[in-house]
Ligand binder design. Sequence first.
Ligand code: DAH
Length: 338
Amino acid sequence: MTHPLEQLRDDALREIGSATDEHALEAARIKYIGKSGSISAWGERMKTLDKTERPVIGKLLNEVRNAVTAALETRSAQFRIEKESGALARIDISLPGTPGEIGSLHPLYQMHERAIQIFRRMGFALAEGPDVETEWYCFDALNTPPDHPARNEQDTFYLPDGRLLRTHTSTVQIRAMESASPPIRMIASGAAYRRDEVDATHSAQFHQIEGLYVDENVGIADLKGELEFFLRELFGSETEVQFRPHYFPFTEPSLEVYVRSKALKGGEQWIEVAGCGMVHPAVFEAVNKSRGDNAYDPEKWSGYAFGLGMDRLAMILFDIPDIRLFAQNDLRFLRQFA
Ligand code: DAH
């Protein structure tokens, strides 16, 4: 004979099997195994049963409840799968996807990396300094007197508090010597700022690689030989390098550096790429004063320094006609260096 619990189970399974959506399924759950469902009611009824009957019916009740719960879960999973595949059916998987854009290094950064790689092989360490500077680091410590045109408000970006955007990376020479005793061999690469008339070769923000080498008996032959080596590594061994006398307050003597190479576009032309010279004793004295010692005794130490125009180097290396292209963010330009 079928027990009423088995009857209830069969009714529940039939109802679950024929439920057409989640709502119908939930109604069946409440009806049979909800708090006051007809199967749950048998839990209460157990207490009234005979002691011998109780374990048998208890076991049956468990089996019935498990069977119904399992059926509910199976049917619910079926609904979920149907819903998901229905949504997927509306997606055209043959459509092309949205391609991910892959970025690349900016040509100026590529230039920076190439230069640093060469200088590293030559034993230079990389130093850093801030873009916003004091007049001391930008001018005074670099033997640049108050009446020097570089300090003119028309030429330099001053902040209301008297600080300024550095007009060259030579500031890092001072910072490096303040924090380390000689010998020192460092380069620094970064932005510099001037109120220049903007045109194809001038920009209010440009980039430099600064170099400084201080040791005993550093001479101008070291300066010329090492800069020549660097420029030939960068532009090729046929590159000609020329040094022309010039004036900078922080070096004595001072030189400008020009390159020419048949391997490069515009090959016949001499192009200015750097300023350089032997560190002026007044620069060492300024550093000593700020350090409060005589570590950079100009009687004992000598040094050379240089400042390379990084934008200029990149324009020669990559044959770029206009400095403004570096800052315009035009993807047609930037993609050529990817
Ligand atoms: N600071 C100079 C400029 O921006 C370039 C320069 C010249 C740097 C001579 C030096 C140097 O270190 O020795 O025009």
